[in-house]
Ligand binder design. Structure first.
Ligand code: CU
Length: 146
């Protein structure tokens, strides 16, 4: 063998290796695609919040200390109570649970109507007018929740 051939072969081999190295580097140049998946938060269905049952109660239109009902019934859940007082005597409706805790209360009204929304569980509730002497005179009743 002639030494000149070996001498010439080495730079070619090195050049080939360097070239191959560059080529392999190119493949690792992938741009990492950051896919941001937008999570769509579903809006809460607030239509369920509306009272599904409506109770009505009225005070005596002639000003007697009495409601038109002494018993109300409802199913557990959200309840709306419509209270009407056509008389000029002020009245309200306070709802208490069996432990005597106030669950809801209307404004004191006269000559108008109002309503309140509240939640009830199965059991016995009481309602009454909070004006002095009115409950004692008979403005009271029971709300039974099934
Ligand atoms: Cu009253």
């Amino acid at each position: 063998m002639k030494p000149t051939l070996k001498f010439m072969a080495i730079p070619l081999a090195v050049g080939a290796l360097v070239f191959a190295g560059c080529g392999s580097d190119d493949s690792s140049d992938d741009s990492t695609s950051t896919e941001t998946t937008t999570t769509q938060t579903q809006p809460a269905d607030n239509s369920e919040a509306a009272a599904s049952q409506v109770l009505s109660l009225a005070a005596d239109p002639d000003g007697q200390l009495a409601y038109d009902k002494t018993e109300l019934t409802a199913k557990a859940g959200k309840v709306r109570l419509d209270f009407t007082n056509e008389s000029s005597v002020g009245h309200d409706v306070v709802i208490e649970d069996s432990s005597g805790n106030e669950v809801a209360a209307t404004d004191i009204i006269s000559g108008q109507s109002t309503s309140i929304d509240f939640d009830v569980k199965p059991g016995k509730y009481t309602f009454y007018c909070s004006l002095p002497g009115h409950e004692a005179a008979g403005m009271k009743g029971t709300l039974t929740v099934n």
